[in-house]
Structure formats: structure tokens, C-alpha cells
Design a protein around this ligand. Sequence first.
Ligand SMILES: Nc1ncnc2c1ncn2[C@@H]1O[C@H](COP(=O)(O)OP(=O)(O)OP(=O)(O)O)[C@@H](O)[C@H]1O
Length: 291
Amino acid sequence: MSGEIRIADATSADATPLDVSSPDARPEASALDLAHVRFARRDRLVLEEVGLELPRGAVGALVGPNGAGKSTLLHLVAGIESPDSGTAHLLGEDLATLRRRERARRIALAEQEARDARTQGLRVRDVVALGRIPHQGAWGGERDADREVVARSLEAVGAEAFTDRPYDELSGGERQRVNLARALAQEPELLLLDEPTNHLDVRAQLVTLELLRRLAADGLTVLAALHDLGLAASYADHVVVLAEGAVVAAGAPDEVITATLLRDVWGVEAEVERHPRTGRPVVHYLGIAPG
Ligand SMILES: Nc1ncnc2c1ncn2[C@@H]1O[C@H](COP(=O)(O)OP(=O)(O)OP(=O)(O)O)[C@@H](O)[C@H]1O
């Protein structure tokens, strides 16, 4: 069921720069479909009536202020937490009916802080190999095919140089890249990312976003929580804005990212221009909105 992801090496010198200039060239079949999703923690409502549709092969950006519910939404889709009500479908299949292992084969989540008991004391390569577990049989054990996927995933994020280093000793940016490699090694149909560019230098941010676009062009559906609206504007096909647990806007970047939205949702003054070549929004921040 899991479509094979061909991982291009976005860091190689001959990597063709992506044409991100055509926001109108959108893929077709629907991949992720959330409707009326509600989630409360104890008695506190975190997500309310959330709906979201993402076509297969799209790069979706989930944006919104701190505490809006972005990570929580990614956790619900990944199956780490369960919604109180609402539905979630992946390529037409109800996620609630998928077994845990099947879900792990089809959906990967790359988080900022992925250090846990399983990664403790492991070297980078072995952390990435954890991504293969959902694909391995009851008796476990790596096969040559698993080793190849792990190597390709490390290469795709430009982490070959620290393959043998202890994961716990990496810098924030290095660890971020390894977390992405681990998610890629899962060969999912849907890739969820929580702040994938956090800690990354500017080139590494662009390498990551360009890699995501390449993977999407090969059919992977991507949903990334991002704080950087400039990156969302430049690289996403579809932007979903969450504020206080509700979707307040969704659509193509040029439809969604406006000065009014920035004022209403983030309380900042900004000018939003259209890039003369790409047609995508370019945000110039002017300051904090009065009031
Ligand atoms: N483990 C937890 N226990 C209790 N409340 C939590 C927990 N995790 C998150 N919350 C609360 O749920 C709400 C949504 O948090 P969430 O992390 O989903 O927001 P976010 O949009 O990802 O924020 P940020 O941009 O700051 O990462 C916030 O009010 C947060 O305080």
C-alpha cells in the first residue's frame, strides 16, 4: 500500500532548482480530509470544528500563533492522540479504522524534539533505522532494502557526515535533519512535520523545503506546521491558518496570506506584495499592530 518515495538528494550540486513559481499547478486526488475535528484536554477545548482538505501530492502549510493547536492537530492525524469527535480520512480510508502499525506505515511525523527512550544512546543511523520498524515483519531485523532506504534518507537530508555520531550529541539543526530522515525512512504516504525548519540555517531551511516539494512532486502529501510565513508563502500549495483551535482561513498562499489576516490573527502590521516573477506573496513586517 505504501507508495515508494524516491528520495532525491536535494543537497547535490546537480539538483535542479525547483520551480515554485506556479501556485496554480495543483495536484488532484484528495489525500487528507479532516472534518469537524474536536479535541479537548481535560475541560479545555483545544480544537473545535477543524476541517482541512489536502490533495495528494500537495505541500500544505499549517500556520497560526503559538498555542493555536498546530502540534495537537498533527498529533491527532498521526494517531498519537484521538479526537473527541470528527472524522479523518487518508486517501478515502477512515483513519480510525487503521491499525496502529498500518497507520505508522502510511503516516510519518517528524517532530522538533524526537528524543525519547527509544533514541537514547543510539547513533544517528540507528535512529533513522527506527523509521523502518513499521515495515519489518514480526521477527524484525533489517533487510538490505531497509538499509538502502536508511542510507537514501540520510543522504536526502544531507546527514551522511554525522551518520555514526551519537544522536544525543547533535546540534539542534543536525537533530532536526535526522528527525526528517527518520520520517522519510518510514516511506509514508502522508508526511507530517512540526516546525521542520526550526534550528536550521537559511540554506538548510531552503534545502528542506525544496526536498519536501520534490517528494510531493513524486506523490507524497505533506503537511508542515510552520511559523515562517515567508517560507509558507514561497513553498506551500495550500495554507491552513489555525487560531485558537479553529481554522480561520485556508487556500492558496496568495489568497490566504494578506495584511488583514496578519493583523487579525497575529496582531502585526505588514505589507504583503506579490512577487513579480512567482506571483506568490512576499511579507514585509512593519511592527506590532496597535491595540
Ligand atoms: N501536554 C499538554 N497538556 C496540557 N495542555 C497542552 C499540552 N500540550 C499542549 N497543550 C495546550 O494545548 C494548546 C495547543 O497547543 P499546541 O502545542 O497544539 O499549539 P501550537 O499551535 O503547536 O503552538 P506553538 O506554535 O507554540 O508550538 C495550547 O494552549 C497548549 O498550552
